[in-house]
Design a protein around this ligand. Sequence first.
Ligand code: B12
Ligand code: SF4
Length: 513
Amino acid sequence: MVSFKDEDNEQKNNMLTKKVALISLYSNEAKDIPPLASLYLATVLTTNGFGAKIIHKNANAIDSIISEVVDYNPDLIGMSVFTGYNNKKSVELSKSLKAKGYKIVWGNAHPSLLPEQTLKEPSIDFVVIGEGEEILLELVKNLDTPGQYYFIKGLGFKDKKNNIIINERREFINPDNYLIDWSLINVEDYLRPYFSNKYKRVLLVTTSRGCPFNCQFCYNLVFNNRRWRAHSAEKLIENLKPIIEKYKIDALRFLDDNFFVNKERAFKIVRELNVPYFAEARVEYVDEEFANNLKETKCQEIMFGFESGSDRILEEVIKKGTTTKDTIRAVTLLKDSKIMVSGSFVFGFPGETKKEYRETMEFIIKLLEINNNLSFSCGWYLPFPGTGLYNKAIEEGFKPPEKIEDWDKFDRWLNNYKMGWIKWDYNLPVKYSRRIIHLVALAHKRNIPILKSILKWRVKNLNFSFPIDIYIFSKLRNIYLFSGDKNIFNKIIRWLVKQVIKVNQILFHRLKT
Ligand code: B12
Ligand code: SF4
């Protein structure tokens, strides 16, 4: 039986202990990326005596998310949203949950960069601007006293008259005070294969936040104010080592914006954790010492933002702080190492000419001629809100979406939005650039002379007419690289492709000698 005193305590506890459901939606390709933002936030809430439930579900599973929320019955729902294809689904979900009477806060890059537009959506009550640990904690503590909202730095909200109030920004946190409590998720669900299954149990983590550089297309300028903050090597190792051992993790992938800002710290982490790893770096970091450190420390893949093959674009337009020379030096120094080097290119920056687009395509071939073990990802420029080039894109003809849900068009893979800031006809380049680049990389890696020559000719002349070769080779590439051995038809095609490559190499060799 509960005594009167116990009942009082229980009531008091219920008043103090608020519960927060932290939702992040994923699309299929990101299913096994841990919901790191929700994890950091849930850790703070639970260590401060509040309840937190992480709901990390497919963006199409709205009904099941709603029933999970209803079962948990939280006092506040937090949603993690960055600019892109989940915006519409996130608004739909907020509307359904609001209709059930819940309070809703949005956090992450998108609401941080566009707080007013986010709060114009009636279902969203609060936005958290920047890193959320301390802001969310203060909001939860003061949830029932709206008068206090005005004093929570980093919070945006609506007052009684529905006016939008955006408080001043908050100072950055000390990351070492907020490490992840991994017991809040089933880590087993977030181990993914990498490198065609060479590594089967790879965990994705971050060790730092932000980046000190000034790239004009990147969210860092505003979101992180160009301030880099990091977990100390010691604290991070202490946090990750037991998880690596417990779950037999066979490699780590670092998702930091800029993992190597402090190289001594970064190499200390990978040396002491002593597992194979994948990370990103800037090309100008690569000198002989850096390359040797990567080789020594089980680095499997190093990813760069090459961005462009035009020095004018690198310097004047995007202010990357690197040159094509730096890129060439990096891929040269890493040649003949077992490290896979990959890099991303972006086409169609405001002010980029068709000639500069071609320079980038030609530069990709030049890099492959130096180092054939390269892989590339490429996309067309998107004017992300808050970035340096955003206003320039508007001046040049970009019409930003007026409603928060309409940013779902920002899907780099679909490219089905109008790029008003490009003044030349980009339709065919958008259609074929990525395919051509993948084929050029394959032609160099497997040394297929005929394919190299055809594609080089196409790039040099920017000729995309009668793209029958592109279709056939792309189809063969997909079967060759991704089909597996189960289907007999695919197996035969793979065998045939291998024979054709061999014959092509022999013929070409004879012609040369
Ligand atoms: C992993 C990742 C992905 C994964 C998915 C991640 C996921 N969780 O769903 C994949 C690969 C699918 C992906 C895809 C894309 N991504 Co991405 N991605 C990242 C990456 C590398 C790590 C994210 C992360 O976990 N960070 C660690 C956590 C701890 O930091 P955080 O997310 O910022 O969280 C803090 C705050 O934001 C805040 N917060 C976050 N959520 C919430 C929620 C609440 C309620 C509160 C209160 C606070 C809060 O508090 C957290 C703790 O301090 C980031 C870069 C980076 N280093 O952050 C880019 C990043 C988020 N991606 C970005 C982009 C642009 C994309 C793409 C659009 C790129 C493309 N290919 O076109 C796509 C499309 C995504 C979409 N939804 O439409 C940009 C976002 C810019 C923007 N304006 O939104 C980033 C910042 C990269 C960059 N430098 O530009 N991405
Ligand atoms: S180096 Fe990378 S993370 Fe840093 S500002 Fe440039 S694009 Fe952004």
